[in-house]
Each structure stands twice: as C-alpha cells, then as structure tokens.
Design a protein around this ligand. Structure first.
Ligand SMILES: NC(=O)c1ccc[n+]([C@@H]2O[C@H](COP(=O)([O-])OP(=O)(O)OC[C@H]3O[C@@H](n4cnc5c(N)ncnc54)[C@H](O)[C@@H]3O)[C@@H](O)[C@H]2O)c1
Length: 313
C-alpha cells in the first residue's frame, strides 16, 4: 500500500485530509510542529495502525531528512505553512520561513530520497489584487501579501524541482476554506466577537468584500480527486465554489445561526479588511470542472454549514 506524508496534518485542512486518506486505507505519516495546529485534531486517528504522527519542524532539514530516510514515501501532500496572513504583516520572515523555506526543505528531501509525487496547498493569494476572473493561465501573478509571495515562490521552486528531477506535481490553489477545526478567519472571528458581545459586531472594511468559500470536506475531496485524475507532469488547478459571498452576508448568517437579532453591524470602512487582504475575487473553475469535479456546496451553503458545525462543537 502506498505511503503518504501529510505536512501540516495537525492543522485545520491537513487533519481533514488525514481523515480522508485513512478512510481510503493509505499508510500515512503526519509531520507538524504544532505551532498553529493541535494534536486534538488528529487524536481520533492515533490508534489507527496505518497512522503515525511525528512532531517536527520542517525548517530543521536534518531531522526531516531522517524522516524521509526511514520512510519510503510515495507522495508528499504539503499543507504546512503560515496560514495566518495578517500575522505576518508585521514580520515577513514568518512567510519566508514557514511558507517558502519549509517547501524548499521538502523539495530537497524529495530530490535526495527520490520521492516523485508532490501535492501543494497553494492559494488564491498568488494572484494578488487583480479584478480579472482568475484562471490558471492568468499572469503575470502579483501577490499583495508576504503569504501570497511565499506561496508563489514555492510554486516556482516546485516547477523547477519537477523539471530537474522528474517530480510530478499538483499545485492546487485553494480559495477561503471553512469548516470545523478552523482556528481563524472571518467566521471564527465573528463567532468569537459575538460570544463576547452579542449586541454589536465590528466588521473590518466596508463588508462588501466578496469571495468564494469552500467547505473543508469538499476541498480535501477535490485535492485528492485532482491528484488521482490529472496526470500532466505539472498540474495547476483552482478549486472553489461557483459563487461568492460578501462579508456582510457572512455576518448575517452567523447572527441567524446564533439566534441573535438586532445586532448592530459596525464597519471600520475601506475596501479591504486589512493590508494584504484581497477584497474581491472570482475563480475560473473551467479546468477543474472539465476534469469532472464540482463543489457540493455553494459559498453561502458552505458558510452556513461551517457556522453550524463550529457552534455545535
Ligand atoms: N484555510 C484557508 O482558507 C486556506 C486558503 C488557502 C490556502 N490554504 C493553505 O492550506 C494549508 C493548510 O491551511 P490551514 O488553514 O489548515 O492552516 P493551519 O494553520 O490550521 O494548518 C497549517 C499547519 O502547518 C503547521 N506548520 C506550520 N509551519 C510549520 C513548520 N515550519 N513545520 C511543521 N509544521 C508547520 C501548523 O502547526 C499547522 O498545523 C496551508 O498551506 C494554507 O496556506 C488555506
């Protein structure tokens, strides 16, 4: 049976991917330094005989090489990164290291230990603030956050390692992903604020920011589907829902689901919520749709589902 490595597998999305791969009976190793993730996300897998967790930092190349030496991985699913874009605004080194150098270290290990399949959790952030519909063929790409730059630099190195070492790669560009186990993001933020003050909610920006949101289980199925189905040497795919949802609509859904009425919505103003934010984007999904994948839930449905699942925990 094939052996998979998931980096960042104790995080929000990585732990859902681990659930999916366990359900498909793969041998699996999760590597995570628990800087942003938590062991609670994977505790339920701990006794599974095909599952192993290793606490390690991807920035430590020698221990990482040892992990590769001891395990013959067929495929690396690389999800570890700094996932908190706002947090690196004051410290770009966070993304240089955890978003980019972590990728480079893994690619080095793939080169040295002949692992020739690499799946990468990329992001809509690589496209930057353009108002064009975002297609995989779009360019030049101009990220506006250090995080987006770290993802784009990673994509560049994956492309070069792929070409130099015959590594097959799947670069999947995620939109906003929502669901249980998320630790930050707009839904999480609104629920937290409303729990502390159910009478009013402060919204960053003008509330008209409009983006696609994808339910986490839809996303991990899409990642696996692309990995199994797309068979070029380099496979680039946007993944997302067809529609978009505004931040104000999300606030209203959260209020409805928390059964709060007459909540005063206060806006901090401006088009973007924070520096580095991309307030509007729309994906072209023609490529992934032609491959045979469509999201089960629309953005609005995904948001409602995520709010419900977070509140029920
Ligand atoms: N959540 C989203 O909306 C979204 C959108 C686009 C792309 N992504 C990408 O998807 C991936 C997963 O994101 P997430 O939302 O699950 O974030 P997350 O923070 O929950 O998961 C990331 C995991 O990586 C681990 N990690 C970070 N740096 C590490 C290092 N140096 N060594 C070892 N482990 C390290 C963290 O501890 C964490 O468990 C990330 O690559 C992220 O950039 C997420």
């Amino acid at each position: 049976m094939m052996k998979m490595l998931i980096t960042g597998g104790a995080g929000f999305i990585g732990s859902h991917l681990a659930d999916l791969l366990v359900s498909k009976n793969y041998d699996m190793v999760v590597v995570d330094n628990l800087s942003l993730g938590t062991i609670k996300n994977i505790n339920h897998l701990a006794n599974h005989k095909k599952f192993r967790f290793i606490k390690e930092d991807l920035l430590r190349l020698d221990p990482l090489k040892n992990i590769f030496r001891k395990n013959k991985f067929d495929t690396v699913f690389h999800l570890a990164a700094n996932s908190d874009i706002q947090n690196s605004a004051g410290n770009p080194e966070i993304d240089l290291e955890n978003t980019f150098l972590a990728t480079w270290n893994l690619l080095e290990c793939c080169r040295l230990f002949c692992v020739n399949k690499f799946v990468f959790a990329s992001s809509s952030a690589v496209y930057g603030g353009t108002t064009r519909k975002l297609s995989e063929a779009s360019g030049p790409l101009s990220p506006v956050s250090y995080y987006g730059a770290g993802k784009l630099a990673s994509e560049g190195f994956i492309c070069a390692y792929s070409s130099m070492n015959d590594i097959q790669a799947w670069i999947v560009r995620f939109p906003n992903v929502v669901g249980e186990r998320a630790t930050h993001g707009v839904i999480h933020d609104f629920i937290k604020k409303l729990k502390s003050n159910p009478k009013q909610l402060t919204i960053l920006g003008d509330g008209r920011q409009k983006k696609p949101y994808l339910y986490v289980k839809d996303l991990v199925e899409a990642v696996f589907f692309v990995y199994q189905t797309a068979q070029e040497r380099l496979n680039y795919y946007n993944v997302g829902a067809e529609d978009q949802t505004t931040v104000t609509r999300i606030a209203k859904i959260v209020c409805e689901e928390m059964q709060l009425s007459h909540v005063k919505l206060n806006y901090t103003g401006g088009k973007t919520g924070w520096r580095g934010d991309v307030p509007h984007f729309k994906y072209s999904l023609n490529k992934i749709n032609s491959l045979g994948w469509k999201a089960r839930y629309s953005s609005t449905e995904a948001v409602r589902l995520a709010v419900r699942s977070i509140l029920s925990k």
